[in-house]
Design a protein. Structure first.
Length: 81
């Protein structure tokens, strides 16, 4: 991410933690580092495991559920609207 000029930040959630649907005013770049998480978007569901990357364009509604072992991710913003 730093090679792309992004400023990464880390976060984690416990097993089964849920994020209700929301959206950001920026393009989100996210890597799963540990555990798993499933994101739901209008385009479909994306289950991330360690090493997987997901990019969500600004304004994309999404919800998420952490996997059975929780999740640790690193994410960054690519420009704000």
């Amino acid at each position: 991410m730093r090679d792309e000029g992004l400023a990464p930040r880390w976060w984690s959630n416990g097993p089964g933690d849920v994020y209700a649907a929301y959206e950001h005013g920026y393009h989100k770049v996210l890597y799963c580092a540990k555990g798993s998480i499933t994101f739901a978007t209008p385009a479909g569901e994306y289950e991330l495991a360690p090493g997987d990357r997901l990019e969500l364009p600004a304004g994309t509604p999404h919800s998420a559920v952490a996997g059975a072992d929780g999740v640790e991710c690193v994410e960054a913003e690519r420009g704000r609207s």
